[in-house]
Ligand binder design. Structure first.
Ligand SMILES: *Cc1c(COP(=O)(O)O)cnc(C)c1O
Length: 379
C-alpha cells in the first residue's frame, strides 16, 4: 500500500463488536480474564491498549517496518532507547541536537556511566575515529534542530553495520512522509509525535519503530517495565491527526519553499538555513534521502542584538511565538532562550545557535498572509 492509504487505514479495522469505523477510545486500565491468563490479548493498559495498538501499527506501517511503540512523549521514547545501554557503553551523536536530547544525554544518562561524543556528523567518515570497543550506538538527528544540517543516513549505516552498532534516527523534522530511515539502514526510528505526526499542537507523544525483533522485544520490555506509555484519548487524537499527514506535509513543503525564497533575499536576513537551497552544504544528500525539503527554516537576523531579536520575534500577528513545531499553525521560536536554553552558550554558538537565530515552523495557512506578516515584522 502507498503512503496516503496507509495513513488512513493501517492498523485500523472496523471495531469487531459494534462496527464503529473509527477506532474507539478504549478508556480502560484493565481487562476481564475468564480464568487467570485466559484473556482476549489485553491484561493491563500500561502494557497494551487497543487504541494505542492501532496507532502503533499505523506508525510502523508509515515507517515501512513491523514494530511500533508509542510513548507519552518524544523524550519518553528517547529515555527507553538509552536504557538498552549499560554503564561503560559509548554513544556517538551529532553536535546539533534537539536541546532536550542533549539534556537527557548529558544530565541524566552521563550519570549512569554512559559516554557521549557530540561530533560533526555531516561527514560520515568523522565517526570512524570515535569508535572504540565500548561504542554501542549512533544517534542521528536529520534534519537537525535548529541548524538544518543533513546527515547521510545510508553512509552512517554502513559504518554502523560494519561495527555492529545500533543506529537510531530521530526523524521528527522530516516526518515519515518525507523520509524513512529504516529503508536507509537505520535500526530504530524515533519520533516526537507531538510535532508533524500529531500535527495539531494538541498532544505530546513519542514513538519508536523498528524491524528488528530482538530490539523490539528489548524496547517493549522497557516500555512496559518503566511505563512511559500514552493513554487512549491521546492515541485517538494522533490517529485522527495522521489521516491528513500526507496532505499537511505537501502544504508544509509548498509554503516552506515560498517562504525560504522570500526570506533569502530579504535585507534583514544575514543567513538562512533550509535544505532545499542548492547551496545548502548537504543539499544533494537531502535530495537523495528525502521526498521534499519540509517546512522548517532557520534564519539569522542582520545587525540584531538580543533585544532587537526579542522585539522582532514579539511583533508577529499571524505567526505565533512558541516552542514546538510541525502543527498546522506557523510558529516562531528563539532557540537560544527557548528550545535550546539547556545547551551552554559556548556549545550552541559553536554550531551556529547564536542569539539572533530564529527558527520558523511554516504552517499551512495561506502563504500570502504568512509572507505579509513576515514583511511587517522584519520591517
Ligand atoms: C520535540 C522534539 C523532541 C522531544 O519530543 P517531545 O515530544 O517534546 O518529548 C525530540 N527530538 C526532536 C527533533 C524534537 O523536535
Amino acid at each position: 500500500m502507498k503512503f496516503a492509504t496507509k495513513a488512513i487505514h493501517a492498523g485500523q479495522e472496523p471495531d469487531p463488536t459494534t462496527g464503529a469505523v473509527m477506532t474507539p477510545i478504549y478508556q480502560t486500565s484493565t481487562y476481564w480474564q475468564k480464568t487467570p491468563g485466559d484473556n482476549k490479548g489485553y491484561e493491563y493498559s500500561r502494557g497494551t491498549n487497543p487504541t494505542r495498538k492501532a496507532l502503533e501499527d499505523c506508525l510502523a506501517a508509515l515507517e515501512n517496518c513491523k514494530y511500533g511503540l508509542a510513548f507519552s512523549s518524544g523524550m519518553g521514547a528517547t529515555d527507553a532507547v538509552m536504557k538498552i545501554l549499560k554503564p561503560g557503553d559509548e554513544v556517538i551523536t551529532g553536535n546539533d541536537l534537539y536541546g532536550g536530547s542533549y539534556r537527557i544525554f548529558t544530565k541524566i544518562f552521563a550519570n549512569y556511566g554512559i559516554k557521549f561524543h557530540f561530533i560533526d556528523l555531516t561527514k560520515a567518515e568523522n565517526i570512524k575515529s570515535y569508535i572504540s570497543e565500548n561504542t554501542k550506538m549512533i544517534w542521528v538527528e536529520t534534519p537537525t534542530n535548529p541548524m538544518m544540517q543533513i546527515i547521510d543516513i545510508e553512509a552512517v549505516s554502513h559504518i554502523s553495520k560494519a561495527h555492529s552498532l545500533t543506529l537510531v534516527v530521530d526523524n521528527t523534522f522530516a516526518s515519515p512522509y518525507l523520509q524513512n530511515p529504516i529503508d536507509q539502514g537505520a535500526d530504530i526510528v524515533m519520533h516526537s509525535v507531538t510535532k508533524y505526526i500529531g500535527g495539531h499542537s494538541d498532544v505530546v507523544m513519542g514513538a519508536l519503530l523498528t524491524n528488528n525483533e530482538e530490539l523490539y522485544k528489548q524496547l517493549w520490555f522497557i516500555y512496559n517495565a518503566c511505563g512511559a506509555t500514552p493513554g487512549p484519548q491521546d492515541s485517538f487524537l494522533v490517529l485522527r491527526g495522521i489521516k491528513t499527514l500526507h496532505l499537511r506535509m505537501k502544504a508544509h513543503c509548498e509554503n516552506g519553499e515560498k517562504i525560504a525564497q522570500f526570506l533569502r533575499t530579504h535585507p534583514k536576513i544575514e543567513k538562512i538555513y533550509w535544505p532545499g537551497f542548492l547551496d545548502h552544504p548537504n543539499h544533494e544528500v537531502a535530495k537523495k534521502q528525502m521526498r521534499g525539503f519540509g517546512g522548517m527554516i532557520s534564519i539569522v537576523l542582520k545587525d540584531a542584538d538580543l533585544a532587537e531579536t526579542f522585539r522582532i520575534s514579539g511583533s508577529f500577528k499571524v505567526w505565533t511565538l512558541a516552542e514546538s513545531l510541525g502543527g498546522v499553525e506557523s510558529l516562531i521560536n528563539h532557540p537560544a532562550s527557548m528550545t535550546h536554553g539547556s545547551i551552554p552558550k559556548e556549545e550552541r554558538e559553536k554550531v551556529g545557535v547564536v542569539d539572533n537565530l530564529l527558527r520558523l515552523s511554516v504552517g499551512v495557512e495561506d502563504v500570502d498572509d504568512l509572507i505579509e506578516d513576515l514583511k511587517n515584522a522584519l520591517g
